[in-house]
Design a protein around this ligand. Structure first.
Ligand code: NAD
Length: 338
């Protein structure tokens, strides 16, 4: 099957609620397969399937790099076909429950806390529960892990202290605003943009300087963090970037993996998304195995993962994304040989 052979691809459909979704399980060794539920508008079922295949494959590499006992999966729900959201989530939950635990679902873009509540009534197989049994917001863990990765990259690739840097964030949602808070607390200047006015008002209140969405990628900054939808860093946007570090938080930040080489040619260090944004996965899997809510030490290890990727990229003259894939593949092979 597409993208190195997926283990299972399920088409989930329910006419009364308008649910049309794909559950793509990339690998099942080791188990469980972890993957968020993405609920977005798609032009076609084919586009949604393509997203599910691409994202679930990346999750396998993300698990390997993060040292998480698990493999990759993803659920993609076509938001524009839903006519009864709660009923649609219930049907989806029953399908996830029917998989018997080989797949652990978590949150992803477009999945709301109301969706979480409904899903939890239908399935126990959800990653990222708190000790109180409620599902936790994953944005903080993702932001915390990404912060460690960015700080390590600044140490290795920049002369600047964090207080001297400007961090520009595209998308001030769950992860973006949490990352903004952290960098403001560290004394950095934070510039941000969002398409949603309620997000802008909140970010402005905590001290983020707002620019229009059309200006954020070309804004003058040291670190640019795409934190909205994937694919915003591409052949057209790259020449406009002024940052020396692009920190991938949005899944599939690059339009295509080859654009990591173009960033390198432009003297821009790219921090691969599937290494940098693993915080929620790390916390979710830690919670599953230990029943403890938080694991700050493990989130901080993302800094070392980023350092290893940058080192491998230098040593083997690879783009950072190639280096990350090499490191992840080595870890997958090492796990299978154990
Ligand atoms: P979110 O939906 O809470 O926030 C995304 C924000 O981006 C929204 O506020 C939206 O209005 C804004 N946005 C959309 N298009 C924009 C544009 N063109 N310009 C500016 N703003 C725009 O999502 P999130 O949970 O914060 O996730 C952000 C990204 O990080 C997604 O790509 C997601 O897949 C990825 N990610 C999230 C997590 C997590 O824990 N939530 C984990 C790993 C990866």
């Amino acid at each position: 099957m597409a993208f190195e052979g997926h283990e299972q691809i399920l088409a989930v459909q329910d006419a009364p609620s308008g649910l049309r979704a794909w559950i793509a399980i990339h690998a099942l060794d080791p188990q469980p397969a972890f993957g968020g539920i993405r609920i977005l508008d798609y032009r076609s079922e084919r586009d949604a399937l393509f997203d599910a295949l691409r994202l679930s494959r990346i999750m396998t590499y993300k698990c390997a790099l993060a040292g998480v006992q698990g493999s990759g999966a993803k659920t993609v729900v076509i938001a524009n076909s839903i006519n009864d959201r709660a009923a649609a989530i219930r049907v989806l939950g029953r399908h996830i429950e029917g998989l018997g635990g080989i797949y652990r679902a978590g949150p992803d873009a477009g999945f709301t806390s109301e969706d979480q509540q409904v899903l939890m009534e239908e399935t126990q197989y959800i990653a990222h529960f708190g000790v109180d049994g409620r599902m936790q917001s994953a944005g903080d863990a993702t932001a915390e892990g990404a912060m460690h990765g960015i700080l390590r990259a600044l140490e290795l690739r920049s002369e600047l202290r964090v207080e001297e840097t400007t961090v520009a964030i595209q998308g001030l949602g769950s992860v973006g605003v949490s990352l903004a808070k952290r960098f403001l607390e560290l004394g950095a200047r934070v510039v941000g943009a969002d398409a949603d006015s309620s997000k802008i008002a909140f970010a402005q209140n905590i001290g983020v300087t707002i620019v229009p969405p059309s200006k954020i990628l070309s804004t003058s900054c040291d670190v640019l963090v795409p934190c909205a939808m994937g694919g915003t860093i591409h052949d057209v946007s790259i020449p406009r970037i002024q940052a020396s570090i692009v920190a991938g938080v949005a899944n599939n930040t690059l339009g295509h993996d080859s654009q990591a080489a173009l960033l390198k040619e432009n003297n821009i260090t790219f921090l691969p998304d599937f290494a940098l944004n693993a915080g929620a996965l790390i916390e979710g899997s830690h919670n599953l195995h230990t029943n403890e809510n938080s694991c700050p030490q493990k989130l901080a290890e993302i800094g070392e993962t980023i350092a290893n990727i940058l080192q491998r990229s230098d040593d083997d003259k690879l783009s950072t994304i190639e280096a990350a894939f090499v490191l992840a593949s080595e870890k997958v092979i090492a796990t299978k040989n154990h």
